[in-house]
Write a protein that binds this ligand. Structure first.
Ligand SMILES: Nc1ncnc2c1ncn2[C@@H]1O[C@H](COP(=O)(O)OP(=O)(O)OP(=O)(O)O)[C@@H](O)[C@H]1O
Length: 332
């Protein structure tokens, strides 16, 4: 049996920027062909730097990578022909129409004549831009511009498409429309998509596999379900009436972790997150322990594990506060 070569493979990429900023610190990635892969991490984690190296816009200090079977350092020209890139900031010319932008992009990649016309019509249709095709892009809504950006990345039928933060800045409606487009694209033409995002929900929804990136390397990779499944039990989140100080935090963490069925406890100001075998069953004991400690609880909710919990476990910090405090009491 033939095992297909990975569409993207990166081995131990290191990249430092002037000022001693370590953007990548041993980044490893393997993306199977025809899949959507989500590179998930907070701002500054190293996602854009990874994409720049894989799309030949930057060179690593060390390490190696191949995209569509071509080495990014030895054959950058071959890589460029095989990929489409949708950067965070639109590459479209605002003064030109949607159709003109697509035609220009096609010509840059050597697509010409009737084949170009057909491809442009097809993409306008697919991204519901046919009606707006003859209008200058500067009059497009945010969602229309983003759809055009993705269409531009696809004109030359790339094997691998890089989508850097595809829905940042879009309103919820445009975001969910974009999710639908990406979901559809992924099923077609054996296209491989590498998507970077800092939206946990986006990665959960779109990507077959996810790598969680923190401080320049992958801390954990797998299918969203497998990652969530690795977390035992439920998450119990509690909002306190008052924030807990540093001294109280250590004591409280110890007291909560000592309760039967409780594995992890994070006390962070006025919020407490606990992982327990059976969330609902633990709530009375948790509330009693907090009452004994003189801590008033405003709300308590029980939830199945989310990718947020996965991040908390592997990065040791809450996703939404990735630059915030480390997990007290150890998560692993
Ligand atoms: N050109 C540069 N010069 C100096 N430092 C840089 C440069 N580009 C990125 N960095 C730094 O490298 C680290 C990784 O940045 P990178 O943009 O790759 O992260 P990211 O996960 O894509 O975040 P974002 O979503 O904000 O783009 C950050 O600390 C960033 O400040």
């Amino acid at each position: 049996m033939n095992i297909p070569a990975p569409a993207i493979e990166a081995r131990h990429l290191i990249k430092t920027y002037p000022g001693d900023v370590t953007a990548l610190n041993g980044m490893d990635l393997t993306v199977e062909p025809g899949t959507v892969f989500g590179l998930l991490g907070p701002n500054g984690a190293g996602k854009s730097t990874t994409v720049k190296i894989l799309t030949t816009l930057a060179r690593p200090d060390s390490g190696e990578a191949t995209v569509a079977g071509h080495d990014v350092l030895r054959h950058p020209d071959r890589v460029r022909r095989a990929i489409g890139v949708v950067a965070q900031h639109s590459g479209a010319d605002p003064a030109a129409t949607g159709r003109e932008n697509l035609r220009l992009q096609g010509r840059l990649y050597g697509v010409t004549g009737a084949a170009l016309g057909r491809r442009v019509d097809e993409l306008l249709e697919r991204f519901t831009l046919t009606e707006a095709a003859e209008r200058p892009v500067k009059g497009y809504s945010g969602g229309m511009r983003r759809r055009l950006d993705v269409a531009l990345g696809l004109v030359h039928r790339p094997e691998v498409l890089f989508l850097d933060e595809p829905t940042t800045g879009l309103d919820p409606q445009a975001r969910s429309a974009m999710w639908e487009e990406i979901g559809r694209l992924a099923g077609e033409e054996g296209l491989t998509i590498l998507l970077t995002t800092h939206y946990l929900e986006e990665a959960d929804r779109l990507a077959e596999r996810v790598a969680i990136v923190d401080r320049g390397r992958v801390v954990v990779a797998g299918t969203p379900d497998a990652l969530k499944g690795e977390l035992r039990g439920d998450a119990v989140h509690m909002e306190l009436r008052q924030a807990v100080g540093d001294a109280g935090r250590t004591l409280l963490t110890g007291a909560l972790r000592a309760l039967p069925g409780v594995h992890e406890a994070l006390v962070d100001g006025a919020r407490i997150s606990v992982r327990s075998d059976d969330g609902a069953a633990s709530v009375p004991a948790l509330l009693a322990a907090l009452e004994r400690a003189g801590v008033g609880v405003a709300t308590a909710t029980v939830a199945r594990p989310s990718l947020d919990d996965v991040y908390l476990r592997y990065a040791g910090r809450r996703y939404s506060e990735a630059d915030g405090p480390a997990l007290v009491g150890g998560a692993r």
